[in-house]
Design a protein around this ligand. Sequence first.
Ligand code: NAD
Length: 422
Amino acid sequence: MSQADKPNPYTVALGQLDRAAKIVGLPPEIREILSQPKNELIINFPVRMDSGEYKMFKGYRVQHSNILGPYKGGIRYHEQVSLDEVKALASWMTYKCALHDIPFGGGKGGIKFMPRQHSPAELERITRRFTHALGANIGPEYDIPAPDVGTNGQVMVWMMDTFMNVVGFADKNANRRVVTGKTLATGGSYGRESATGQGVVHCIVEWAREKRFDLNGSTFTVQGFGNVGSNAAKILARTGASLTAAGDWKGYIINTDGLNPYKLADHVQKSGSVVGYPGSRPITRDEFFATPADIFIPAALELEIGVREAKALAVRLIVEGANGPTETEAEPILHEKGIDVIPDILANSGGVVVSYFEWLQNKRSERWELEEVEERLAKRMKRTYLAVTEYAAAKKCDWRMAAMAIALDRIGRAYQERGIFP
Ligand code: NAD
């Protein structure tokens, strides 16, 4: 779906806020505060290309709320990045952290450009110049970026290194945790790279347990085969579930006998897309959405599931690996069709949970074993999943509203106790 066909993501986020605010009886002034981010930063900056020419870039950092802790959220490199997209994503980060009772607020950032069209050297200069321009607007106790679409551990390491080199020699090491999602060699945490996909699978396993659904022999489809989509697919395949269709920016593929998610991820690594994977057949986007399966994992961009896609989908469960993949108008259609939806702020929260663990490890100069990270993540995901489904049952609302309501209740209480300054 082209960007022009999609609704404004910030309008969608505001609609969700309004509906959940009613459920918890959020005071109107707190709803007003949350309806706009605290800070919106737009930076235009020049970068030298490999050709010697200079090109201008537009970068964003939006800080939505820090009532519960430092701003926290990813940095996106994508040609469709816009202020309203980043505002929506920043607000979802606020609710995601609050839902998990993690002492972070919400932020998000990005640069509007096509990273695929740039060499690693150009990507490094773009990242370093943007980080330098952000200056003191980020910081380990103030605003902590992480990877998102189009960025990865290497990009985070460039950000960290740039930040560390401007804070002063003596403070250098205390600033390692200015970003999370770093590589293992440079202060990252075991389990962070796969954490979001792992969290998606924890939700699916909990759902299957509740519904007495056997994952072994079941089928699933994935849109977006990057960090979240490929890791979710690899981990879910261990339960005996079979990946039958996948797609990304370039196109969609199917093999009803099953696609090997490990080999498919290698193919994407080498070729940049799922398209052309040996043993698969190309299909259209419409055919992908109409492919029958038990589970669908959207793990690409926001608002990919509109009314048309909702009508076409023939699955039992949607697990929102992506942020904001479902349009407001699509939700009642999915509901009527009896399709369960595990909402983004719960389903993809494994990433920020392990980002929090990484931040804690950096702060304490510790390195936790993979088993410890995985155990702690599993415990948090299960606890929060249960809290959401119990809340939804008690208040007779859907899981998205339950997750948002739990988050708003925590934020509302903090405002009530602290008051609004002065
Ligand atoms: P990524 O860059 O690793 O992968 C993005 C995938 O989406 C790629 O396969 C890309 O080809 C595909 N894509 C891009 N444009 C598309 C289009 N127009 N149509 C179909 N596919 C398209 O990014 P990621 O980190 O895996 O993030 C994916 C989603 O998960 C995003 O919504 C992101 O906000 C969300 N998320 C990521 C994390 C994380 O830890 N990385 C955490 C929580 C949520």
